[in-house]
Structures are given as C-alpha cells and as structure tokens.
Design a protein. Sequence first.
Length: 162
Amino acid sequence: MTRIIGVDPGLSRTGWAVIECHGSHVSYLGADTILTSSKDPIGLRFSTIFREINSVIQTYMPEHSAIEDTYVNANFESSLKLSQARAIAILALELKQLGPVSYPARKVKKTLLGYGGADKEQMLKMVGMILPAANVKSPDAADALAIALCHFYLGLNQRLFE
C-alpha cells in the first residue's frame, strides 16, 4: 500500500489530492482546494498554503508526492506569483521528506487523456471516470488528482512492479 499526494499549485487556488495504491489498483482518499484571498498580505497567503499542505500530509501520511510544473505566460507578475506559491508547496513537501516529482501540465493531460491540450472540464470528467468515488467538483482538486494519478502511472507504478 502506497499513498501519493498530488499538488496543483496556485496563489489563489492550490489543489491537492491523495490516492492510495495497492498493486495496480488505485483508490481515492481525499481532495480539496486551498483558497487564499488577494486582499490578504502575500505572507499570509503563503503561510496558509504551507499550513494547509502540512495538515493534509499529517492527515493522510503520503509516502510520495507529485506537483505540476510552473508554466510561464505573457503576464510576468502572474507567473512569478505562481512560481512562489509552487515553491511554498515544494518546501512543505520537502520538509516531510516527500521530494516531489514535477510533471508538466501537458504530460499529465497526455497521460490521462491521450491529448496534451485538454481543458479543465475534460480533465475533471476523466478523473471522475478513473475514480468515480472521488466526486471531485473543483477543477483545481481534479488537476491535483490527475497529477497524483500521472505519478502513479508514469513513475511509481513501474517501481512497484519491479
């Protein structure tokens, strides 16, 4: 039995999800979205993300972690804030010896849907098909669940069967 936490980082919305793997079988344990307000000071927003990820780790006790890579877009300030939120999430995971594996969003989408350009609604639908018990409503939590599943399919699954 192995548990994986997946994280979809963001300053306003950070998705997280935890799955449990038994051989080739995967079960849903939990998923949600950490919300921060743009009205709050940046330090408070970072500490909220850090604290909430720590709480999830303490609750579910994962052994592995995966996180979405940062993508750079035309809005430099937005990309910078995303990178900072991602760094906070990585720090929380690393301090619990969970050394996260990074996956580009296109790789996650291609792994689960066979197409790297899928949108959030398509991802939400596919995650629901793979893990019907999940009933995840938030696109951010669904993305985090997809990241955890991607890690299982691409990385961890191969090592479990060696």
